[in-house]
Write a protein that binds this ligand. Structure first.
Ligand code: HEC
Ligand code: HEC
Length: 284
């Protein structure tokens, strides 16, 4: 009897240990599963891309003159093309929509291509299953990061990226005119200077392009004190610095996270960031 109780106890403890170990490891296993799944999806997408898309968009997505535009290109991901097409959702949904539904009618930007972008998903009468379309989307979206980093590829040899911190390094005095130019170079204007507030992917900077009727300079001066503010800034400059470098720390309502690229800490030198912030603070 005593041995049976002891055995039973040992058995119970062992079971509990196994169960709790599995439970502890569950998030790690899920993450591994998901990244493995994503990897396989990208691979499947690569094969589908080579067979169905490369003839028009080129094997590496850089486009073929007279046939189809580059899709491994910064302007697809930095908001420039969203603005041309009038899109205000996420990049993922934009790419998915373009592939699944095709563009039976030419968009203004690409009207001179003789052939149209075909419809691919069976949902819309195309040849591929929806899961195959998702594989291709995963493959194409894999280009996003490298394409965005190519935008301002030429850097002086002594370039030092400003990084993500809100206080370090201390920023030099900014040059407003140069800051304005940089917002064009970096493609900020595609999302932030769109007169049509219904389609703009991001909050407009001038008061007249913002639904609340206040400019970015005024918003920056007060927003870090608002009750729903979730970031770490304690001044207007820090608020702008945070908005540019750590775009998801505070997401301006009603906009959504992950639309604004998270590349500027790597792309900008301290002087560039100072110039952009100085310019933003002059906008009426
Ligand atoms: C017959 C040539 C052709 C083929 C094949 C083709 N495309 Fe396209 N694609 C185009 C053209 C032309 C456009 C520009 C359409 C427009 O905006 O009017 C385009 C647009 C796109 C866009 C949107 C680009 C933007 O800036 O808005 C994506 C994404 C895309 N194609 C992905 C794909 C993928 C993935 C495949 C393979 C499943 C594919 N295409 C196959 C011709 C093609
Ligand atoms: C693809 C679109 C896109 C691009 C490109 C983009 N942004 Fe944004 N930006 C957004 C969105 C969406 C938000 C709102 C969500 C959030 O707070 O992250 C935002 C928020 C901001 C804010 C806070 C605005 C407010 O009302 O408080 C600032 C400042 C800002 N961006 C600056 C920049 C600068 C500077 C650049 C270029 C260096 C840039 N953005 C490029 C989409 C974009």
């Amino acid at each position: 009897m005593i041995t049976r109780v002891a055995l039973g106890t040992v058995f119970m403890v062992a079971t509990l240990m196994i169960v709790s170990f599995t439970a502890i490891d569950e998030p790690a296993r899920m993450a591994q599963f998901e990244s493995g799944y994503h990897g396989r999806s990208v691979e499947a997408g690569a094969a589908l891309y080579a067979n169905n898309c490369a003839t028009c968009h080129g094997p590496d997505g850089k486009g073929i003159a007279g046939r189809a535009p580059a899709i491994n290109a910064a302007d697809l991901y930095n908001g420039t093309r969203f603005k041309e097409i009038g899109w205000s959702g996420t990049t993922h949904d934009y790419v998915h929509g373009a592939i699944a539904g095709g563009r039976p009618r030419a968009s203004a930007a690409f009207a001179d291509y003789p052939q149209r972008m075909p419809t691919w998903s069976r949902e819309f009468g195309g040849p591929l299953r929806p899961d195959q379309v998702n594989n291709i989307v995963d493959f194409v979206m894999n280009w996003e990061e490298t394409a965005l980093l190519e935008v301002v590829a030429e850097k002086p040899s002594d370039f030092v990226a400003v990084g993500l911190d809100l206080k370090d390094p201390v920023l030099p005095k900014g040059d407003v005119a140069h800051g304005e130019k940089l917002t064009q170079t970096y493609g900020c204007v595609a999302c932030h200077m769109n007169p049509d507030m219904n389609v703009a992917p991001g909050p407009g900077w001038p008061a007249k392009y913002y639904s609340g009727g206040v400019s970015i300079a005024e918003r920056a001066a007060t927003r870090f004190t608002a009750a729903d503010y979730t970031g770490n800034a304690t001044s207007a400059e820090e608020y702008l610095r945070e908005s540019i470098l750590q775009t998801n720390v505070y997401v301006v309502p009603p906009y959504v996270a992950n639309i604004m690229p998270k590349i500027y800490g790597e792309q900008m030198a301290a002087q560039d960031l100072a110039d952009v912030i100085a310019y933003l603070q002059t906008i009426k």
